[in-house]
Design a protein around this ligand. Structure first.
Ligand code: CAA
Length: 708
């Protein structure tokens, strides 16, 4: 048997130490060893009580998420959970006081094990929670039955539906833990356990009776939570299953409630929602692993930064640095633009303050970290410069030439270009190993994605430093290759093109946006473009035209350029795909002009407009994304399909519960996706061309994640 739970007796108390690094996850063997160790403690004449503790920096961070893959069917899950529930009842039936000692994270199954112990003590900084819902499941080892008995149904409902951990002081106040240990945890836990042994005190949580008033209030809280979830849990199943399980616990006995919990867990763990969320749990962590950039690659500490360009993106990027406590120079050539940029930054912070998320003092302290300037003075002191000037090749090249001159040789030079060739900036700087792309997403201070674009000569140190920096800036950094539009915007061009064509073929802007929002995106393609600015895409198209290229092969709608020519750039000008009350307003109304333009463009292309179903809109848009994603993968511009999923989740708000565009395509089925491409090619033209990788995977009966 692997020694995952160590046993020793200290000062008359059996100490059971779970040692399964890095987070003491409950792999199947750990469950078994806990069971055995408790039995041993009961039988041990030298132990009057037991303490269960985690080795290293944490208690138990939950069940082993990888092991859920073994639960292929609800029947598998029911069989497994029957054993787990029985095991925890045996633990709870321990005849000597059993104390869980919590530090680091006591999460999911970890907290459920602790609740089966008779008492819980914790360090002050321990985090205690039931985050299962974030994996599309519910607590499956009694948490929905024991937590309401300990903390009340209302608190249990909150913890299990939002998945956020509570602090030890809050857990103490709620009755989830019994004591906070100020000094050494093990010493404190042993002393606590001995005091309980001397008092002959054992408390089984499952025996706690919730009185009639508690049941009534709990049932009301269940109804209120269901109503609240309509807003916060759109498209999700697991949060509702949590409420059902807790409600069952209020209405039924502990054992009957536990059976209901197991049924609901079994149902959730087999769901696409849970598979998608589990996939993203690991994909989120994998993006930081770049195959040819080893973990021990030296990194540069970023202690001072500069941003060139005080526009919307530049200002947002400067805010990121300031938020992380890094002093930043913000340069623009034009004092008026600089003043506008600083005013926008202040306004953003004041909005945050008005929501109670920052104090006035914090606003001033953070603003003080941003130094506006119209010169390169001080650039020789910074560790990184992020260039965020207009998306214009010549201007950017000239900026990099300047930066090569005014910064130290070890300074990282990053471009926030969303499309252009990083290698050209690298050459212009004269220091190509130090140059790469840092592509932020709008609004740069809000969106969590940072595409880290490696050029031909970008050094491994610069990539590793960028990944480290992304964490410091609270971003998810994903390393991508240097192709036009990189990964996010390269694929977006196909997504947008399909939206434009659907409009010309007969769908309306409102229908397409609504369908994508119903699918789970925060905003549809047209609404998104009105926020980002129709001018941005138009200028990129102008540049491409000037070098004889286009973003996506095949037909392109003329409507976006027509809107650009009319000065309809979106929200900022008060008109774009929609009409707005005023420039900058978000209140939008339909504009019949768009319908008129769609009719005109359809006529020019010889298309008879037709009613288009919601299903066709989703199918075409997601197929376009997956087909281009397959090309991105084959061209090796993304390391893994999961990286593309992460990019779309954090860059564009692709719904997590669908796992990202590549994962979603697999849930649809790659053969179906390929047959759609063939069908669309026959119906709409040769611009629909199956990606060779997609064809190969289907022919081989494999998927994106099992390419071998
Ligand atoms: N199962 C399997 N692996 C896990 C894991 C788990 N529960 N929790 C973390 N890991 C792995 C991570 O994948 C990562 O692996 P790599 O180093 O190979 O990438 C490693 O442990 C370290 O994790 P992090 O990088 O996330 O470390 P961190 O210090 O930033 O965060 C943490 C630690 C807060 C515990 C975070 O890992 C986390 O949130 N884990 C998941 C917690 C969770 O959801 N628990 C509930 C599980 S479901 C359950 O318990 C069901 C039930 O009812 C029985």
């Amino acid at each position: 048997m692997p020694n995952l739970v160590r046993y020793e007796v200290k000062d008359g108390v059996a100490v059971l130490t779970i040692d399964n690094p890095p987070v003491n996850a409950l792999a199947p063997e750990v469950w078994g060893e806990i069971d055995e160790a408790v039995k041993r403690g009961v039988a041990d004449p030298n132990a009057e009580a037991l303490v269960l503790i985690g080795a290293g920096t944490t208690f138990i961070a939950g069940a082993d998420i990888k092991a859920f893959e073994l639960l292929k069917t609800p029947a598998d899950s029911m069989a497994r959970s029957e054993g787990t529930h029985a095991l925890l009842k045996r633990v709870e039936d321990c005849t000597k006081p059993l104390v869980a000692a919590l530090h680091g994270n006591a999460l999911g199954g970890g907290l459920e094990v602790a609740q089966a112990c008779h008492f819980r003590v914790a360090t002050k900084d321990a985090k205690i929670g039931q985050p299962e819902v974030l994996l599309g499941i519910i607590p499956g080892a009694g948490g929905t039955q024991r937590l309401p008995r300990l903390a009340g149904a209302k608190m249990a409902l909150t913890m299990c539906t939002d998945g956020k951990p509570v602090t030890a002081p809050n857990a103490l106040a709620a009755g989830i833990i019994d004591h906070i240990v100020a000094d050494d945890l093990l010493t404190g836990a042993i002393a606590f356990a001995k005091s309980k042994a001397q008092a002959h005190e054992i408390r089984k949580v499952r025996d706690i009776v919730i009185n009639a008033d508690g049941v009534k209030a709990g049932l009301e809280a269940c109804d209120a939570m269901r109503a609240a979830l309509k807003k916060t849990a759109k498209g999700l199943r697991a949060p509702y299953a949590v409420v059902d399980a807790i409600e069952a616990g209020l209405k039924l006995s502990f054992d009957q409630g536990s059976v209901r919990e197991r049924e609901l867990f079994a149902d959730c763990v087999a769901s696409t929602e849970s598979k998608a969320l589990r996939h993203l749990f690991f994909a989120d962590r994998e993006v930081a692993k770049v195959p040819d950039v080893p973990k021990d690659t030296p990194t540069k500490d970023i202690t001072r930064a500069a941003v060139v360009g005080a526009g919307t993106m530049g200002g947002g990027i400067a805010m990121n640095y300031a938020n992380a406590g890094i002093p930043v120079l913000l340069k623009d050539v034009d004092q008026a633009a600089l003043d506008r940029g600083m005013a926008t930054i202040r306004k953003n912070y004041e909005v945050t303050m008005s929501k109670g998320k920052m104090t006035a003092e914090q606003v001033e302290k953070t603003m003080a970290l941003i130094t506006p300037t119209t010169t390169y003075d001080g650039f020789d002191q910074v560790d990184i410069v992020t260039e965020a000037v207009f998306e214009n090749m010549d201007l950017k090249k000239a900026t990099f030439t300047d930066l090569g001159r005014v910064t130290r040789p070890d300074c990282i030079l990053a471009s926030n270009s969303s499309t252009l060739d990083i290698d050209q900036f690298a050459n212009a700087s004269g220091r190509p190993a130090q140059v790469l792309g840092h592509h932020y997403f709008s609004p740069a201070n809000v969106m969590k994605l940072l595409e880290i674009v490696r050029g031909k000569e970008t050094s491994k140190e610069v990539i590793a430093s960028s990944l480290k920096l992304s964490k410091k800036l609270a971003k998810v950094g994903v390393v991508v290759g240097n192709c036009f539009g990189f990964v996010a915007n390269r694929m977006l061009a196909y997504y947008m093109r399909e939206a434009y064509l659907l409009l010309e073929e007969g769908a309306s802007v409102e229908q397409i946006d609504r369908v994508l929002v119903d699918f789970g995106l925060p905003v549809g393609p047209f609404g998104m473009q009105d926020i980002a600015g129709i001018d941005v895409g138009a200028r990129i198209r102008q540049y491409l035209k000037s070098i004889g290229k286009s973003r996506a092969e095949g037909p392109q709608s003329a409507i976006p350029d027509r809107l650009f020519e009319l000065g309809r750039y979106g929200q900022k000008t008060g008109a774009g795909w929609y009409m707005y009350d005023a420039p900058g307003s978000r209140n939008r109304t339909t504009d019949p002009l768009i319908e008129q333009m769609a009719n005109e463009e359809a006529k020019k292309r010889g298309i008879v407009r037709r009613p288009i179903s919601d299903e066709e809109i989703i199918a075409r848009i997601t197929t376009a994304l997956a087909n281009e994603g397959a090309r991105v993968l084959a061209d090796k511009f993304a390391t893994r399909p999961g990286d593309i999923d992460v990019i779309y989740v954090y860059g564009f708000g692709f719904p997590r519960y669908r796992g990202g565009p590549m994962f979603y395509a697999e849930t649809v089925g790659l053969p179906t996706v390929l047959s759609r491409v063939h069908e669309y090619r026959a119906r709409f033209g040769d611009y629909w061309e199956p990606a060779p990788l997609l064809e190969k995977l289907v022919a081989d009966g494999r998927g994106f994640y099992t390419q071998g």
